[in-house]
Design a protein around this ligand. Structure first.
Ligand code: 13P
Length: 249
């Protein structure tokens, strides 16, 4: 049975002190449920966040990593380094990394391989731009992003993959995909995986929706059959909004 997940991507927000405050408050206000909760703070706040969350059911993820194990890659962080502080989930392929840091499908495939080699779970993000949707190309774009970075993997690797559909036009804009648009795309994604692997595998993959999810729209989006949770940006920076979204399940 696939998991329901609500993950908060903090992006480049919250210094060490802000992070301690936010995490402590989250731990206090969070009500345990079947839904898995993940937060993805910046690298500098990963360790304090996981220490503060020890013994709770909230997990911590990194927002990025490099594909190499170590070496002359100034400014980068490897999977092994994340594992050494107990972080075993990583977000890869976020549209901001694709757009501002030139991350291509080919580079992402290397990062995916490195994460899996290190037994990490991946929250793999993808999604079309507004121009793709306007020209009716959204399914082709999404299919390409998934195929190019993930379809070289054996079926067994998929137990460590969570997908996150984030239409670029809905990120940070206040413009959410309608619940029907999200459902249509998620059903298409599941079908794409079924065609490549199997129906059983496709039914087991959690597919999250991301892009302006707020307490006011979360319930309706999460109620859709193929939407297994959310990847939350702005609203994850506010504990009462984030917990309201978690409770929307
Ligand atoms: P917003 O929720 O701020 O639109 O961000 C979504 C996102 O990019 C999560 O990764």
């Amino acid at each position: 049975m696939r998991k329901q997940i609500v993950a908060g991507n903090w992006k480049m927000n919250n210094d060490y002190v802000d992070s301690e405050q936010l995490v402590s408050k989250l731990r206090e206000q969070y009500i345990e449920s079947e839904t898995e909760v993940i937060i993805a703070p910046p690298f500098t706040s990963l360790l304090c966040s996981s220490n503060l969350l020890k013994g709770s059911r909230i997990n911590v993820a990194a927002q990025n990593m490099h594909y190499a194990e170590n070496g002359a890659y100034t400014g980068e962080i490897s999977a092994g380094m994340l594992k050494s502080i107990g972080v075993d989930t990583v977000i890869l392929g976020h549209s901001e990394r694709r757009a501002y840091f030139n991350e291509t499908d080919a580079l992402l495939a290397k990062k995916v391989n490195a994460a899996l080699k290190n037994n990490m779970r991946i929250i793999f993000c993808f999604g079309e731009e507004l121009s793709d949707r306007k020209s009716g190309n959204e399914e082709a774009i999404v299919e390409g992003q998934i195929k190019n970075a993930l379809f070289h993997l054996p079926a067994s690797a998929w137990t460590n993959i969570v997908l996150a559909y984030e239409p670029v036009w809905a990120i940070g804009t206040g413009e959410t995909a309608s619940p029907e648009q999200a459902q249509d795309m998620h059903a298409f994604i599941r079908k794409t995986i079924e065609n490549k692997y199997s129906s059983a595998l496709a039914l087991d993959v959690s597919i999250l929706y991301g892009g302006s999810v707020k307490p006011a729209n979360a319930k309706e989006i999460f109620s859709k059959e193929d939407v297994d949770g959310g990847l939350i940006g702005g609203a994850a920076l506010d504990v009462s909004q984030f917990t309201a979204i978690i409770n929307a399940f």
